[in-house]
Design a binder for this molecule. Sequence first.
Ligand SMILES: Nc1ncnc2c1ncn2[C@@H]1O[C@H](COP(=O)(O)OP(=O)(O)OP(=O)(O)O)[C@@H](O)[C@H]1O
Ligand code: SF4
Ligand SMILES: [Mg+2]
Length: 387
Amino acid sequence: MTERASEKFTASEEIDLSPAPGARGAKGDVVLEVSGLDVTFPSADGPVRAVRGVDYRLHRGEVLGIVGESGSGKSVTSMAVMRLLPGTAQVKGSVRFDGKDLLTLSEAEMTRIRGSRIAMIFQDPMTSLNPVYTVGAQIAEAVRAHHDVSRQVAMDRAVELLDRVRIPNAKDRANSYPHELSGGMRQRVVIAIAMANDPDVIIADEPTTALDVTVQAQILEALAAAQDVTGAAMVLITHDLGVIAGQADRVMVMYAGKPVEVGTAEEVFYTPRMPYTLGLLGSLPRLDRPSERLTPIPGSPPSVVNMPPGCPFGPRCPKHTERCDESEPELRATTGAGHLAACHYAETLEGQEAADVFDSEVADHEALAGLAAAEGAGTGRDGEARA
Ligand SMILES: Nc1ncnc2c1ncn2[C@@H]1O[C@H](COP(=O)(O)OP(=O)(O)OP(=O)(O)O)[C@@H](O)[C@H]1O
Ligand code: SF4
Ligand SMILES: [Mg+2]
């Protein structure tokens, strides 16, 4: 991510958008390659197509930001990579890591990889921490799970890791129980656990969402430190483009289970080629235009059960035409070979900003009319209006 981009976009002026040290510079080999990932859950209403054809390659030292509204399939994608989905999930595709397809490994092989080679950080640190052990003991345990070292060596490493994620008085804090720490400190402990075995990949799923903005900045710093120390590649998942503005090298925007725009952070932030991305950018406060009105995207994401044909963003898209209802647009190259967008009219967005495309009054009106029509006709297509 460039300085120019981090100057302009932010979720809050208190978030530090300075470049993450480990995330910049030359990128190495591919460490993780997800191809044709599909996840479907059975349900009484029909198959829930949570993830529909996700592809990405993650290079050593790189940060890939995955962004999208609630329900777009961000977490299910990562849980599929980690093989943490319930047995009812039908998973297709491949997840290549270290020359193997993780989707075909035995549970014992997968257990060796989880936590040591690929670490995951969740939104709520208490889901990862055990309330009855001290945080030092839990980090030491993570070290000993994958390394044959003494308790003392593991505990020394735990203190060092707490120090790396900037927990003050790390030696004393190692003896604290999770409930004795603030939410931000607990999340830093989880990051320390993720770093414990020098993973190749860290997947952080909404790591800052439960925290207030000042603490968010500290957590993003701790993540950058984790990446710097371990040299890991990182997948940073968030619904907030502001969070990835200063962190991600590349961005994948998801909608209704599919990637709808992929590119470098620069491409996605400055030359978006998918109206949905433009809408997300328009919903984001900008430091360089503090007085500008925000242009939220009207309506809600569609249900991923029994999806109608056509572009899933159609009911919310001001650029929608009849053609958009006929076929779902493929993800295809736009401004460059690596800049992909799933929109029939990607090229027409050139030079346009959210305010040129989304007129909130008109869009709300249309969304309401669409909702009334859908209700009247009893169709399953969502068109819920913004409150
Ligand atoms: N275990 C499950 N069984 C059935 N459906 C599921 C299950 N887990 C997730 N889903 C569905 O899959 C879709 C994608 O969910 P997912 O949790 O990946 O969204 P998300 O993008 O992470 O959203 P959020 O920002 O709210 O975390 C949603 O429609 C969700 O209801
Ligand atoms: S394909 Fe049509 S409905 Fe979908 S984003 Fe593009 S213009 Fe909008
Ligand atoms: Mg999620």
